[in-house]
Design a protein around this ligand. Structure first.
Ligand SMILES: Cc1cc2nc3c(=O)[nH]c(=O)nc-3n(C[C@H](O)[C@H](O)[C@H](O)COP(=O)(O)OP(=O)(O)OC[C@H]3O[C@@H](n4cnc5c(N)ncnc54)[C@H](O)[C@@H]3O)c2cc1C
Length: 399
């Protein structure tokens, strides 16, 4: 169901760019403007909306939109959704339940049983989250590019909006930046980790040959890794993290994906060259600071680690919920300690998980360790349990 279908369900429809001059009035002061309608922004907006705040959620894309991502929700992301009353979403979106994880590297494939994992395309999942934000009273404007303006000492922060209908400058008690891996806002610096990989992704309507239903397939080669899984409505999601120099040297993204799959020993074959591939900037990065006067950064905009373990959606939703919880009572009456408290809270809640996943990703880039891990898992799949346990630990969502 597209967002516009809400009109028939008693929820105000999404405001399309051309109508914005009437919906977004320059003289209005919102309690919060959330920039970016991915999982981080949609959850932050919804949680603030549930606190009866006046919230404007904008996205530069036309919604619903696709996003380069494996689309796998792990146990911790599913528990977080349950905790905030959105546990019905994965099933309502017809997400595919995953039971096995096939990992191929150096000609060896290991199979591990996994429970509590669901795969959904990001178009469908993010659309469902945005609809929940709208249900909580949030006004959503798509095809609207937001630019945070430099801080002044006033009781609000301003954002310049650019859209097909023109331009506007709007004010809010707080601006939440959830713009993913886009450029950092003024006053913040985003630093990519040396040797960071870049993302590649595509959706396919036809099943790759040899795919096992309910399985997440991952193939690792020297140029990076590729994940393939079924998502809702019989479609397939292919997501990869790639060495930038390997992509530059490759004939095409599809050819590179084929080479990684073949060199890993994976038996998956598909029409990779004819898919429509999309890319991302470098993946592992950290932004500093992640808070300033009346502004918080959340989700990938604050920090992100290569998606080897596929935890980004959970972290993004968690940071959205935590930010909304921290802002309770402080939207109009700004307390400057919020800035240091947000940095501390983010580090405590997500920093440790980032470090764990970064260590794991780094290890998997060393050929010897990768092959040792694959062989070990093939002979004793239970060796994967401590890693899964660590990844599936519940994510807190109130501070
Ligand atoms: C190859 C790959 C595979 C992955 N696989 C998984 C996986 O299987 N499971 C998992 O949990 N995570 C996975 N991730 C990570 C996950 O995709 C991200 O962590 C997650 O999308 C972060 O959510 P977010 O809301 O912070 O940002 P995003 O989802 O990137 O959303 C940001 C939004 O901001 C909008 N925007 C940007 N700039 C502006 C602007 N100036 N004004 C208005 N709007 C703007 C964009 O249009 C976008 O909609 C993967 C990532 C990659 C690259």
């Amino acid at each position: 169901m597209a967002l516009d279908d809400h009109a028939t369900k008693g929820v105000a429809p999404i405001v399309r760019a051309t109508d914005q001059m009437t919906a977004v009035n320059e003289s209005d002061c919102w309690d919060a403007i959330v920039m970016g309608a991915g999982p981080a922004g949609a959850i932050a907006a919804r949680q603030l909306g549930l606190q009866r705040k006046r919230v404007l959620l904008i996205d530069k894309a036309r919604l619903p939109r696709d996003k380069v991502c494996g689309g796998c929700l792990g146990g911790s992301a599913l528990a977080l959704l349950n905790g905030i009353g959105l546990g019905h979403i994965p099933t309502a979106c017809q997400g595919v339940s995953l039971q096995t994880f096939d990992f191929s590297s150096g000609g060896v494939t290991a199979r591990i049983s996994i429970a509590d994992r669901i795969a959904i395309s990001r178009r469908t999942f993010d659309d469902a989250l945005v609809r929940e934000a709208m249900r909580a009273g949030v006004v959503v404007c798509d095809q609207t590019y937001g630019m945070l303006q430099p801080a002044t000492e006033g009781n609000f922060r301003t954002v310049a909006l650019r859209h097909a209908g023109g331009q506007a400058v709007v004010r809010a008690g707080v601006v939440v930046i959830a713009t993913g891996l886009a450029n950092a806002p003024p006053g913040c610096v985003a630093q990519s980790a040396p040797r960071s990989l870049i993302g590649l992704g595509a959706l396919s309507d036809s099943a790759p040959c040899n795919i096992v239903s309910g399985s997440l397939h991952m193939a690792y080669g020297s140029a990076g890794y590729v994940g393939v899984t079924a998502v809702e409505r019989g479609r397939f999601d292919i997501a990869a993290a790639i060495e930038p120099h390997a992509l530059a040297a490759a004939e095409s993204p599809g050819r590179l994906v084929r080479e990684i799959l073949q060199s890993s020993g994976s038996r998956l074959t598909g029409d990779w060259e004819n898919l429509q591939w999309h890319g991302t900037p470098r993946l592992t990065r950290r932004t500093t600071p992640i808070a300033s006067h009346r502004c918080l950064l959340i989700g990938d905009a604050a920090a992100y680690v290569e998606p080897f373990t596929g935890e980004g959606i959970g972290w993004a939703m968690q940071s959205g919920a935590l930010a909304a919880s921290l802002l309770t009572g402080s939207v109009r009456q700004w307390d400057s300690t919020i800035e240091s408290r947000w940095q501390r809270l983010f580090d405590q809640a997500i920093g440790g998980r980032h470090r764990f996943c970064r260590t794991l990703s780094r290890g998997m880039r060393v050929k010897f360790l990768r092959q040792l891990a694959t062989r070990g898992l093939r002979h004793a799949p239970c060796l994967g349990r401590p890693v899964l346990w660590n990844l599936d630990r519940p994510l807190g969502f109130t501070h």
